[in-house]
Design a protein around this ligand. Structure first.
Ligand SMILES: Cc1cc2nc3c(=O)[nH]c(=O)nc-3n(C[C@H](O)[C@H](O)[C@H](O)COP(=O)(O)OP(=O)(O)OC[C@H]3O[C@@H](n4cnc5c(N)ncnc54)[C@H](O)[C@@H]3O)c2cc1C
Length: 369
């Protein structure tokens, strides 16, 4: 059986980027990508509401769960390398909205196509197969799917997190194997997601509202941001809510967490009825919540829980950063096994930080190996 030089599990932004840069660096080596789905870059396609918010110009904003690691990866050199990769390797022109970076077309499909073209140009093989385990032998790694066994010199795990797609099964395959290899792993929980609320908000379904959002626990404000929220049959979503959910998920005691929604930024508005979404106004009246002239007052909801993985944009958790070499991304215990992107215990807020991290981690691996 032929030994493959580099096998990359997962055709998301981290795996595709790693494959491209490794093949460019070592053209004579065999590089292949394995994905259990028949299409590549599914999450890129779904990202940014079909527009793909691929990165952010603001690398100093606190965006990743681990600030020290963020400083390592989101520095000016790496950011420039990231932009150069998009422009020069993928041939994507960029457009900027505030700090957010999008493909010039504002279509995520362009990014998917650009990756597919580059993979084809470099003659990188894509195998559609579902990897269920791997074993570290003396001179190689054996990788198993249900039907095949591959022998590889170096294995890159870029299999992503647990969010969004119902067909996720890494718990049984890659993660289970990592755990049997004694690699420390923080179990995934949903990140960047919405809240199920204790109140009955069915009548608010579909209401969108520009507002200030605060998360309060025991009368202490732990999160405050402005943005648009949207009501669901039993809860609330929107970018600002998703950003707050990562913090909520880090709380040990999730009882008694309140969400304060301040509907008006402008305190001069005194006629509430004429300036508020009528469904929201009716809701407030029906619940006997005071709609007083003091419009600076906030509407209070009690958080019951977060929505599950189906609704979440990312997974919080993954291989602990203490388990990997921060320059080459190999596991400290197994130097020929590497971990990238969302499979690491790295989670960003909305704004392009998750895809940017996935791509930068792959760029660094390829540069430093
Ligand atoms: C709806 C939605 C919108 C989003 N919008 C944005 C956005 O605008 N900006 C942003 O920065 N982030 C966004 N994200 C998050 C971002 O898409 C992910 O963080 C990013 O794709 C992670 O990249 P990755 O390469 O680590 O993994 P993934 O993109 O998840 O790719 C992993 C791949 O591995 C494959 N795989 C998994 N297990 C196996 C196995 N056992 N065998 C073979 N293959 C396997 C999967 O099929 C998948 O193709 C969004 C996510 C969602 C769900």
């Amino acid at each position: 059986m032929k030994l493959i030089d580099y096998m990359i599990i997962g055709a998301g932004p981290s795996g595709l980027t790693a494959a491209i840069k490794i093949k460019e660096k070592y053209p004579s080596m065999s590089v292949c990508i394995v994905d259990k789905n028949k299409t590549i870059a599914r999450k890129i396609k779904a990202s940014g509401n079909g527009r793909c918010n691929i990165g952010s110009k603001d690398i100093t904003k606190q965006s990743l769960n681990d600030l020290n690691y963020q400083k390592e990866v989101f520095n000016e050199n790496n950011y420039n390398y990231f932009i150069s990769f998009l422009k020069n390797d993928l041939n994507i022109e960029l457009s900027y909205e505030d700090n957010s970076i999008y493909p010039y077309s504002k279509m995520s499909q362009s990014v998917v196509n650009a990756y597919a073209d580059k993979i084809k140009d470099l003659d990188i093989k894509i195998i559609f197969d579902d990897i269920i385990s791997f074993k570290n032998e003396t001179n190689f790694i054996s990788v198993q799917s249900h039907d095949n066994n591959y022998l590889v010199k170096k294995l890159i795990l870029s299999a992503g997190g647990k969010s969004y797609y119902k067909d996720y099964n890494n718990d049984k395959g890659i993660i289970k194997t990592l755990k049997t290899l004694n690699v420390k792993f923080k179990d995934f929980i949903p990140g960047l997601t919405g809240y199920i609320l204790k109140e009955d908000v069915n009548s608010l379904f579909g209401v969108r509202l520009e507002c200030s959002v605060q998360l309060v626990i025991d009368d202490k404000i732990i999160f405050s941001e402005d943005g648009e929220v949207n009501f669901k049959k039993d809860g609330i979503g929107g970018i600002v809510i998703m950003n707050s959910s990562n913090l909520y998920q880090s709380l040990e005691n999730k009882k008694n967490v309140k969400l304060l929604i301040k509907p008006f930024k402008n305190d001069n508005i005194t006629n509430i009825k004429n300036n508020m979404n009528d469904k929201l106004y009716d809701y407030l009246l029906s619940k006997n919540k005071v709609v007083n002239k003091n419009n600076s007052s906030s509407i209070c909801f009690v958080v019951d829980n977060v929505y599950g993985f189906d609704y979440a944009q990312v997974s919080i958790g993954g291989v602990l950063l203490s388990e990997i070499n921060h320059s080459t991304y190999n596991l400290l215990k197994y130097e020929n096994i590497y971990v990238l992107g969302e499979l690491l215990d790295v989670c960003g807020v909305c704004g392009g930080y998750n895809i940017m991290h996935s791509i930068i981690s792959a760029l660094l691996l390829a540069k430093n190996i």
